[in-house]
Design a protein around this ligand. Structure first.
Ligand SMILES: [Zn+2]
Length: 295
């Protein structure tokens, strides 16, 4: 597959403060992992105000901009910001859109967006869990507006509660989420079905490759087949890796290649979410993107 990569040095200027797990060093670790792979460089751009409104209320977008301009240091207890954070978040959403445009134009058949801040906890009117704007939701709305059938698969170890909130009454986008439960943010129960378009798969702490691959074979693949999406968007966190400090799952690096091979029956556009051990994200990003190329 002709596979695109979009990233931007601006993402390094989103500073989260000493000791914060979602730190700038994550980005070079991921990019180091992708070195030498045959990737098509996709140029990033900023998301427009109208595009951001695909995921968020206008007053929230304004509130984030004003808070950052006023020198705010946090938007909620976990979501810390610095001077360039608004610009980085607008560029992260825009980078995801640029990847979508490259796919629509036929320049790429699959793609990976190495972006930060991440997005899947950001709700319609709320920053949360290191996330300012919901990159995957904004991309999904952009693609559905162009007549594409879109499904979102979120395998970040935390529940994509922001994505769920954005789509819970919009059946035009299907969202499946595998996450450790119990674990922060303590949402994502099986009975949460939204408008019939949400599927939550809580995974008990200690789940490893065997348990996840069983869930893929029994639930993810049939779901994918039923939805027949034109494109699958992946909220790609690497924090279910056994080395990750924020969760208790036991995935190997190779698991991210196995997941990717299983789901690559249609185009896949994958967006970086979490993953906080630098060695694990370097190796896992390589396993994932290598499998995208080879699909
Ligand atoms: Zn996470």
């Amino acid at each position: 597959m002709r596979t695109g990569l979009v990233t931007d040095p601006l993402f390094l200027r989103h500073h989260t403060g000493p000791g914060h797990p979602e730190r700038p060093e994550r980005l070079p670790a991921v990019l180091k992992g992708l070195e030498g792979l045959d990737l098509v460089a996709v140029a990033p751009r900023d998301a427009t105000r109208g595009e951001l409104e695909g995921g968020h209320e206008g007053r929230y977008i304004d509130a984030v901009r004003r808070a950052v301009e006023a020198g705010a240091r946090e938007l909620d207890a976990d979501t810390t910001v610095s001077k360039d954070s608004y610009a980085a978040a607008v560029r992260a959403a825009g980078a995801a859109l640029a990847l979508g445009e490259a796919w629509l134009d036929g320049r790429i058949e699959a793609g990976f967006a190495a972006v930060r801040p991440p997005g899947h906890h950001a709700g319609p009117a709320r920053a949360m869990g290191f996330c300012l704007f919901n990159n995957v939701a904004i991309l999904a709305r952009f693609l559905t507006a162009r007549g594409k059938r879109v499904s979102i698969l979120d395998w970040d170890v935390h529940h994509g509660n922001g994505t769920q909130e954005i789509f819970q009454s919009d059946p035009s986008v299907r969202h499946m989420d595998l996450h450790q439960y119990p674990l922060w943010p303590m949402t994502g129960l099986r009975e949460d079905r939204g408008a019939g378009n949400l599927w939550n798969i809580p995974m008990p702490p200690g789940s490893g490759d065997r348990e996840y691959l069983k869930a893929f074979d029994e639930e993810v693949l049939p779901w994918l087949e039923d939805g027949e999406p034109d494109v699958l968007l992946v909220s790609c966190g690497f924090d279910a890796h056994e080395r990750d400090p924020l969760a208790d799952q036991r995935l190997s690096t190779e698991a991210f290649a196995l997941f990717t091979k299983r789901i690559a029956r249609q185009p896949v556009l994958s967006l970086l979410e979490g993953g906080y051990d630098l060695d694990a994200i370097r190796a896992s990003a390589r396993a994932h993107v290598e499998a995208l190329i080879g699909a």
